[in-house]
Write a protein that binds this ligand. Structure first.
Ligand SMILES: NC(=O)c1ccc[n+]([C@@H]2O[C@H](COP(=O)([O-])OP(=O)(O)OC[C@H]3O[C@@H](n4cnc5c(N)ncnc54)[C@H](OP(=O)(O)O)[C@@H]3O)[C@@H](O)[C@H]2O)c1
Length: 331
């Protein structure tokens, strides 16, 4: 790391609005065995960063206090790590601390950056692709020929889910909140896009699947969507909850759950241990890395903000007009 002792970060000065995000200089963190230090060139901005800023999503024990769940850059130091070396260009899932000039990552949570991806694209990969792989493929077991329904199809998570599902031979229905977002999803490969402000997604799923329903539903909405998801699901359907933008309490129809033999599950990624995240990284390396390398699947970048404009990046994400990912670029 060339003797660098301090670094700029975006600290949180308390819970609240974007004024809580303030640049600060802190010591470069010390590595523990099995960790690498990354000179960060770009960092992804995710909706959980907003929740952290608002004080409702604290970092797990041991994670840095400042936000940021994914970075891309070069390794500048490592401690007892075999598979990577200084100078390697990597993307990393981190439990926090991505908004800084340097970030510490567990070696298990690194992936090499394919030659066709720049740092901005690479920084937009880990949080969404780890989440989608773990929930749609591992947990829900989406198979070739099945139908995936993705709520929030134009989100960072949604654009990754849609592309991966298509690449693995599934059909994809998305919901999105405007005609423009629906058009963007169709151009990214969705087979059917439902503008939920104008159309009933249950009826549209039934229509598209000729009454059969969706085999897998990736849901970040919850609340009133939960019962509708049961209606839209196929027999033996799997519903995976990754967030609850409409609330974490719901009325559900247990009769439908039983009659359709549904599985309703959910997960969070950030607090899981490095062995769990490492297993996802290994699966991504094996099954998805070749797709990134060939450009068949690539993160969708909406807007890149300079590091110093992190507040504007948060405001932009919260306004909700984006399609895909928002990334901070460090100079
Ligand atoms: N469980 C996990 O491990 C995990 C990991 C990562 C992310 N997440 C969650 O996954 C969700 C997507 O993350 P992201 O970073 O991809 O976010 P994002 O790009 O901001 O996407 C959020 C999407 O939700 C839709 N939406 C529906 N109802 C909404 C509401 N009431 N308020 C705001 N948006 C609403 C928006 O699209 P429309 O305009 O179409 O409504 C938007 O596309 C977030 O809730 C995040 O916390 C979970």
């Amino acid at each position: 790391m060339g003797g660098v002792k301090s670094m700029r970060i975006i600290a949180l000065k308390g819970a609240g609005g974007v004024s809580m995000l303030q640049e600060e200089t802190v010591p470069v963190p010390q590595l523990k065995p099995g960790q690498v230090l990354i000179h960060v060139r770009a960092a992804g901005v995710n909706r959980p960063d907003i929740a952290q800023r608002q004080g409702v999503y604290p970092p797990p024990p041991g994670a840095p206090a400042w936000p940021g769940l994914e970075v891309a850059g070069e390794i500048t130091a490592l401690s007892e790590v075999k598979d990577f070396t200084i100078g390697d260009k990597v993307m990393a899932l981190v439990p926090g601390g991505g908004y800084g000039e340097y970030a510490v990552a567990d070696a298990e949570c690194l992936l090499p950056i394919p030659a066709n991806m720049d740092y901005v694209q690479a920084a937009a990969v880990p949080e969404t692709f780890f989440t989608v792989w773990s929930n749609v493929f591992d947990r829900a077991g989406l198979k070739k020929g099945e139908v995936l329904l993705v709520h929030g199809g134009s989100s960072g998570i949604g654009t990754a889910a849609m592309q991966l599902a298509k690449a693995f031979g599934a059909q994809v229905i998305v919901t999105a909140g405007s005609a423009e977002k629906c058009r963007a999803c169709l151009s990214l490969g969705a087979d059917c896009a439902v503008n939920y402000r104008e159309q009933d997604f249950v009826a549209e799923v039934k229509n598209f699947t000729k009454g059969g329903g969706a085999n897998v539903i990736l849901d970040m909405v919850g609340g009133d969507y939960s019962e509708k998801n049961y209606q839209a699901a196929a027999i033996e359907g799997r519903i995976v909850q990754i967030a609850f933008l409409h609330g974490h309490k719901a009325i559900i129809d247990l009769n439908m759950l039983m009659r359709k033999r549904l599985l309703h599950t959910g997960s969070t990624l950030r607090a899981r241990d490095k062995a769990f995240k490492g297993a996802i990284a290994a699966a991504l390396k094996r099954h998805v890395w070749p797709l990134w390398q060939k450009g068949r699947v690539l993160p969708v970048i909406d807007t890149v903000f300079p590091f110093s404009e992190v507040a504007a990046a948060h405001e932009y994400l919260e306004a909700g007009g984006h399609v895909g990912k928002i990334v901070l670029k460090l100079t």
